[in-house]
Ligand binder design. Structure first.
Ligand SMILES: Nc1ncnc2c1ncn2[C@@H]1O[C@H](COP(=O)(O)OP(=O)(O)OP(=O)(O)O)[C@@H](O)[C@H]1O
Ligand SMILES: [Mg+2]
Length: 323
C-alpha cells in the first residue's frame, strides 16, 4: 500500500499589498505526494510555485487550507513539533551561491544542521557524518575545508544538497534547484537527486518553470497558472496527452526527441502576457490567452476534475468534449 506523506488541501496564500489590493499567489490548490515519489510543479515565473513550497514548509502562514504531513496538521504543531518538522522537511534552492554563506567552509555549512539539532555525540562523530554526507553527494572529504566560491555551480548545488540531507529529512522541496545550471550539469544533478531518492526513500516536490526539466524526475506533474493548478496527472500521461490549452502551450516549448511526434504535435505557442494575480477576475484565469475560450470561461471558474485515469484538468472546453 502506498503511503501519502504530504497532503495539501485547499491551500491559499494571499499577500495583502495595499488596503484594497490582494495578491492571490496561491489560490485554493490541493495535491498529495506519496512517500518516495516526486511531484513536479511547473508554470511560468510568478505563478506561485515558490509560495507553494514555502507555505508547505510553514515558512508562510496560509490564508486558508491545510497541509497534512505524516498525518499531522503542520500549522497546528507546537514549538517542539515544529522543531521536529524542520528536520523532516528541507528545501534546496535555485542559486546555491546565494544560499551558501561565503564566509563558512563547506564542512561548517554541512555541519550547521547537525549542530542545530545536536545530531552527534562527539566531535569525531560530527566529522565522520560530514565526510559521509559529502561522499553521498559525490564530493571529496578534502573539500570540507574550502569555501563555496572555490566550487563550480554544479558542485555548489551538491553542497546545498548535502546541507539539506544533514538532518535526515524525509521530504525535500527542490525549488528550481537545477535551473541556473548548464544542461549537462543539470542532468548530473537530476541523476544525483534520483539516486538519493532511491537510497534514502526521499519524497520531492520538484519545482521548475520548464516542463522538460521535470519530465524524467517526476512521477506526477502539476501545472500551475496564476495561483491555481490547471492540470495534474502522471508524468507519462501528461507528456503523451496534455489537455489544458496552457499545458499544450508550455509543451510547444519543449523539444521532442521523436520526429514523428514532433510533426504531429500542436504548435500552440503561448501568446499574450500573464495577467496580474492582484485582484484576479472570476472565471478562467487563462481566458485572455486561450484560443479555445467561450463565454462560459469568463463567467465560471473551471474546477479541476478527473477526465479518467487520474488525469485532472480545469478547463470547460476539455470537459465539454469528454462528457
Ligand atoms: N513576500 C511577498 N510579498 C508580496 N508578493 C509576493 C511575495 N512573494 C511572492 N509574491 C508574489 O506572488 C506571486 C507568486 O510568486 P512566486 O515567487 O511564488 O512565483 P514563482 O512561480 O515561484 O515564480 P518564479 O518562477 O519567478 O520563481 C508573484 O506575483 C510574486 O510577485
Ligand atoms: Mg520561484
Amino acid at each position: 500500500m502506498s503511503e501519502i506523506l504530504v497532503d495539501v488541501k485547499h491551500l491559499k496564500k494571499y499577500f495583502h499589498i495595499s488596503k484594497n489590493q490582494i495578491l492571490k499567489a496561491v489560490d485554493d490548490i490541493s495535491f498529495t505526494i506519496e512517500k518516495g515519489k516526486t511531484l513536479g510543479l511547473v508554470g511560468e515565473s510568478g505563478c506561485g510555485k515558490t509560495t507553494v513550497g514555502r507555505t508547505i514548509l510553514r515558512l508562510y502562514k496560509p490564508d486558508g487550507g491545510k497541509v497534512i504531513f505524516k498525518n499531522q496538521d503542520i500549522y497546528a504543531l507546537g514549538k517542539k513539533g515544529y522543531r521536529e518538522l524542520t528536520k523532516q522537511m528541507q528545501m534546496i534552492f535555485q542559486d546555491p551561491y546565494a544560499s551558501l554563506n561565503p564566509r563558512k567552509t563547506v564542512g561548517a555549512i554541512v555541519g550547521e544542521g547537525l549542530d542545530i539539532h545536536k545530531l552527534y555525540q562527539s566531535k569525531e562523530e560530527r566529522a565522520k557524518r560530514i565526510k559521509e554526507l559529502l561522499a553521498l553527494v559525490g564530493l571529496n572529504h578534502e573539500h570540507s575545508n574550502r569555501f563555496p566560491h572555490e566550487f563550480s555551480g554544479g558542485q555548489r548545488q551538491r553542497i546545498g544538497i548535502a546541507r539539506a540531507l544533514s538532518v535526515n529529512p524525509e521530504f525535500i522541496v527542490c525549488d528550481e534547484a537545477i535551473s541556473a545550471l548548464d544542461v549537462s550539469i543539470q542532468a548530473q544533478i537530476i541523476n544525483l537527486l534520483m539516486k538519493l531518492q532511491r537510497e534514502l526513500n526521499l519524497t520531492y516536490l520538484f519545482i521548475a518553470h520548464d516542463l522538460s526539466v521535470v519530465r524524467y524526475i517526476s512521477d506526477d506533474v502539476a501545472v500551475m497558472y496564476l495561483g491555481k493548478i490547471v492540470e495534474k496527472s502522471s508524468s507519462g500521461e501528461l507528456f503523451k496527452k496534455p489537455l489544458h490549452p496552457y499545458t499544450k502551450g508550455l509543451m510547444a516549448a519543449v523539444p521532442l526527441p521523436d520526429p514523428i511526434n514532433e510533426k504531429k504535435r500542436i504548435h500552440s505557442i503561448l501568446s499574450g502576457e500573464v495577467p496580474s494575480p492582484i485582484n484576479p477576475p472570476n472565471g478562467c484565469r487563462f481566458y485572455k490567452r486561450c484560443q479555445y475560450r467561450r463565454d462560459i470561461c469568463l463567467e465560471k471558474t473551471p474546477q479541476l476534475a478527473d477526465t479518467g485515469n487520474q488525469h485532472l484538468v480545469a478547463c470547460h472546453m476539455v470537459h465539454a468534449e469528454q462528457w
